[in-house]
Design a protein around this ligand. Structure first.
Ligand SMILES: Cc1cc2nc3c(=O)[nH]c(=O)nc-3n(C[C@H](O)[C@H](O)[C@H](O)COP(=O)(O)OP(=O)(O)OC[C@H]3O[C@@H](n4cnc5c(N)ncnc54)[C@H](O)[C@@H]3O)c2cc1C
Length: 434
């Protein structure tokens, strides 16, 4: 049987990064016709679409240096323009720190709730919140929970925040103190809060430009496209595909964890049972082209928490990078709610009325096309079974010399930078003597 030192499953950012940082005798197996995974860019009639947003936020100096090396001068920095549309008005993102502009009764409810929550936090030493719903009420108060955080996240996950643990929130949900909430309510918010106040994006070609640059540094003969493994034996240390069987020294998988378990012929029952407990909301979205130049009041994305709309976020990549749409036109990505699955006709009608309501279009005819897309893996649902089930599976694979990494391989909520870092760390750990 032919043998490779390293087999990498999947050529998304984490698989590409593993190969890039490992070098040596590796082979990447990718089921699609080109690399990039979730960061591939789709061209429809000259409109370039990503799998919804895909703005690059870099914190790690090694990844900053890598991106600069891969695309010297090829990235533009964009100051985030994000808003929330609720109660018929726009407010700035993040909602909790920018209540200014909300109707008076909503504002009062949010402020009273925030103050009551702060008093309660100061006067009582409560046990840690049991779930994300409790966490939200405790940190932001009932009004902010009711008007934004709970409905928005319910649409995104398709399940109540009461089913979700609070563990993932620290990095992604900015927590202002009461003084900041009051400043924000008075329109005196001083700083852009949150993890993504500005971002990078390739000047040309959509976000796929980054994956292409990484792929360009690899030996193309070591990356096999249109190849989907059909069996993996962790005992025999081989992978089979299309009648071939290939032995490996080490294996890095970036496949979604349940898919890796299914592929593994010798996975024990405990691992198969754990895999059945993993839950993830699908990614359902619409790529839309408009015959108007700058929709969404110029925002890059808008959060839409209210249940009356079958989408939770609408973004415009061309508002950030005009070259992503033909001159005089623009693009939208519309991320569809998972708690209520609306028909395509309902979505288009609702989107048209939303765009008219906010003044982005005058007629439905200005929507040139709406292309619906679906991807099985979107957002991991961190319910009470998740951490244990994930650990059971990852520990099993690690004990068999298989590293499962990346957003769905690591079964986590991560960014493009995290995926690249995962690959770098996997390559580093393989280089260390056992
Ligand atoms: C809706 C959404 C928006 C996002 N927005 C941002 C953002 O704005 N900024 C940011 O930094 N990050 C964002 N991310 C996160 C980012 O997309 C991921 O962190 C990153 O792309 C994950 O890379 P990966 O290689 O781990 O996974 P993937 O991109 O999923 O790569 C896995 C690869 O494996 C291949 N594969 C799967 N199954 C098989 C199989 N059986 N055989 C062979 N190959 C297989 C796939 O085709 C794919 O190429 C977003 C994610 C989502 C879902």
């Amino acid at each position: 049987m032919e043998r490779k030192d390293l087999i990498i499953l999947g050529a998304g950012l984490s698989g590409l990064s593993t190969a890039l940082h490992h070098g040596g005798d590796y082979l990447v197996l990718e089921r699609e016709e080109r690399p990039g995974g979730l960061t591939r860019t789709e061209d429809i009639d000259g409109f370039l679409f990503n799998h919804t947003g895909h703005w690059l936020h870099l914190r790690d100096p090694r990844i900053q240096a890598l991106v600069e090396d891969l695309l010297p001068g090829g990235m533009v920095t964009v100051e985030r323009r994000a808003a929330i549309y609720s109660n018929g008005v726009f407010t700035l993102y993040p909602f909790q720190a920018n209540l200014h502009g909300l109707p008076r009764d909503v504002l009062r409810e949010c402020l009273q709730g925030a103050v009551a929550a702060a008093v309660q936090r100061a006067s009582r030493k409560d046990a840690a919140p049991r779930n994300f719903l409790e966490y939200t009420h405790r940190h932001f108060g009932d009004g902010i929970a009711r008007h934004f955080i709970v409905p928005y996240n319910t649409k995104l996950w398709g399940v109540s925040p009461a089913e979700v643990t609070a563990e993932w929130t620290q990095r992604f949900v900015p927590i202002p103190d009461v003084a900041q909430i009051i400043d924000g309510a008075l329109g005196m918010s001083r700083e852009a809060m949150g993890y993504n106040a500005s971002f990078l994006y390739p000047a040309q070609g959509g976000i796929e430009t980054l994956a292409r640059a990484m792929y360009g540094r690899l030996d193309a003969a070591r990356v096999r496209m249109n190849t989907r493994p059909d069996q993996l034996s962790t005992e025999g240390r081989w992978v089979s595909f299309g009648g071939d069987r290939l032995a490996y020294g080490a294996l890095v998988s970036t496949l979604a964890l349940p898919d890796l378990v299914e592929l593994t012929i010798d996975a024990p029952d405990a691992v198969r049972e754990a895999s059945l407990k993993l839950r993830c909301s699908p990614l359902r979205y619409v790529n839309v082209a408009l015959d108007v130049p700058a929709p969404l009041n110029g925002n890059h994305w808008i959060y839409v928490p209210e249940a009356r709309y079958p989408f939770y976020r609408v973004g415009s990549a061309s508002n950030a990078i005009p070259g992503l749409a033909p001159p005089g036109q623009s693009s939208l990505y519309v991320e569809l709610a998972n708690d209520h699955v609306a028909s395509q006709a309902e979505v288009v009608a609702s989107l048209a009325s939303f765009l008219k309501e906010i003044g982005s279009i005058e007629h439905e005819r200005q929507i040139r096309f709406a292309a619906f897309r679906e991807h099985p893996w979107g957002y991991v649902i961190f319910d009470r079974h998740c951490a244990e089930a994930r650990a059971t599976i990852l520990d099993y694979f690690a004990s068999r010399g298989v590293l499962s990494i990346g957003r769905y391989g690591g079964w986590t909520y991560n960014s493009m930078e995290d995926a690249i870092l995962d690959g770098l760390r996997a390559a580093e750990s393989l280089a260390r003597p056992a």
